[in-house]
Structure formats: C-alpha cells, structure tokens
Write a protein that binds this ligand. Structure first.
Ligand SMILES: [Mg+2]
Length: 302
C-alpha cells in the first residue's frame, strides 16, 4: 500500500480529482468549476457566479503554540480571502470549524475568533456558523463563500502564449519572517485588475512561485520563461526562497502584452516573465541570459 509521502500533496489532489471526475455528471452537472482552482465556481445569478472555498490551518504546520491567537485567527481568514481574490471575486459569508484540546484557555479561543472577525469585517465578511470539536492540536478550518461578476471570473486556465506574467509583491521567507501571519490578502489589487485589465489567468502564491507558475502552466497547457533578475525577493530572501518557500499569498497573474505594458508603470505589480509554448516547460533565465529548466515543485504537505 502506497503512503501519502510517496505521491505528495499534488499527487493526492490529482487522485481525488479523478475519483470525483464523474460525480459532476451524476450529481450537479451545472457545476462550472470543481476541483483544481483556487475556489469552486458555481451557478448563482444571471450575471454572477458563486465562489466556494475552504482552507485549514494546523498547529505545528501553519502556526506554533507561541503564535499570538489573534494572528492565528487572522491567518485562517486571510488565506481564504486570498483564494477569493485570486478568482477576481468578492468574499461574503464564512463558517468556521475549530478543533482544540480541552486545556486551552477560553480567552485564547476568543482571541482567535476576534482575529478572524477583525480581518473579515474589513472586507464585509460575516461569520454565520461553524462547529467546535476536541482535538490533540489546534486546528482551524474556514469555508468561505464569495461572488464574482461572470465577466470578471479569472481561473488558472486562460493563459495564452505571449502573455506577460506579473506578481503583486516581493516573495520568499514568509514563514521565517512571520509574514505568513500578517499578510494582506490582495482583494483590492485583484478588483483593480479584473475591472481594468482582464487578466487571462490568476492564482495566489501559496506553494512557492515555481509550483504556482506550474499550476497555471498545467491548467492553461502552456509553458513559461521567468527572468531571474525581475523576480522580486523580500530582504533576506534568496531566489530559491522566492521559488520554493510558499505562503507568500501574493497574486500571480497573466495579461496580454498590451495590458502588460500599461502595468509596467504601476509600482504595485512586478513583471517577472512571459508565457511560451507548452513544449518549453518552465525555464528560468539568469542575468547572463543563461537558461535552465525548473521543476514545478514547491512546498508540499506530504
Ligand atoms: Mg490559492
């Protein structure tokens, strides 16, 4: 019997995707996008879709016993918000599930919820329910709904050869620096982009730049060239941190060159590369114009 560690997180997602591939036909054929993007996309309204996503954070993996409780709650909400942003959407309602040991202080739990509510409020998200259970370690799961105008919907699947690739901020060292607990989900930037530039593909960087570019390449059936000197790294972060660390929660998106040229002047967005033919895979070009192939790898849970 194969263990999870042998197939990795994305191997598992691939298996589940296969397992459920027929279920749409049998159950709800109207599903617009199921497994395989930042959120599911569901029918809703004549000019809007419903977005549905969930993210879980676990003690010892995404935060430690020493992380401040408000920051833990904030992060649980922020990573869900980031997924709604990545689709070009606006978040609406959340349900929250908490697993906790019985010895944890009540105030600590209240502060976790205060952290998520405080951030949610900024984006008009209302927590409308949830569940609490006993567990050996703290676990927080949020399921979040959102909505998106049909013409604003941006998935991982629309990147075209010739498109330019951008990110919304510097990358790398998110866990070590503590930024993973305090990042701003890029909802504002995403709204600006979908209202003015119609990105062809978008996602949020949670697994690391190389892996997340890889997700767009796989879903869009294209290749990419990244220009090493253009990749913005946080102070103290090396190129490999930007490529493989993950948990940056910046948006990665592609636009046609005409839009890309306009975005070059905007300091909120960093041009990092171009979409090329699928057969070229993912390549990195360094300062001396030497290129090397990159594997689509990044952070994986198993
Ligand atoms: Mg995501």
């Amino acid at each position: 019997m194969k263990k999870l560690s042998a197939i990795g997180e994305f191997g598992l997602i691939g298996l589940l995707r296969k397992q459920f591939s027929g279920s749409r036909r049998r159950g709800r054929p109207e599903v617009i996008k199921g497994i395989g993007d930042d959120t599911a996309v569901l029918p809703f309204h004549k000019d809007k879709y419903l977005l549905f996503t969930t993210d879980m954070i676990v003690e010892g993996v995404h935060f430690t016993k020493k992380s401040p409780p408000e920051a833990i709650g904030r992060k649980a909400m922020a990573c869900n918000l980031s997924d709604i942003a990545a689709m070009g959407g606006v978040p609406t309602y959340a349900v929250v599930s908490l697993g906790t040991p019985a010895r944890v202080k009540v105030k600590f739990i209240q502060e976790i919820y205060a952290g998520m509510e405080h951030l949610g409020k900024k984006y008009r998200v209302t927590i409308v329910g949830g569940d609490t259970v006993r567990s050996d370690k703290l676990i927080i799961n949020i399921a979040l709904l959102g909505e998106v105008k049909r013409k604003a919907l941006t998935t991982r699947a629309g990147a075209k050869r010739g498109d330019w690739i951008f990110v919304t901020g510097p990358l790398g060292n998110s866990l070590k620096s503590g930024r993973h607990l305090s990042f701003t989900p890029r909802l504002k930037e995403a709204q600006y982009l979908v209202q003015n530039f119609k990105p062809t593909a978008m996602l949020d960087i949670s697994d690391g730049l190389a892996a997340d570019v890889g997700h767009i390449l796989e879903e869009s059936r294209v290749g990419a060239v990244l220009y090493e000197p253009k990749i913005p790294c946080h102070r103290g972060a090396a190129l490999n941190n930007a490529l493989y660390d993950g948990e940056d929660f910046e948006l990665l998106f592609t636009v046609p060159p005409a839009s890309g040229k306009k975005l070059l002047a905007d300091k909120r967005f960093y041009f990092i590369g171009e979409i090329v033919d699928r057969k070229n895979g993912l390549t990195l070009v360094d300062r001396r114009w030497k290129s090397r192939r990159l594997p689509f790898k990044g952070f994986t849970h198993f």
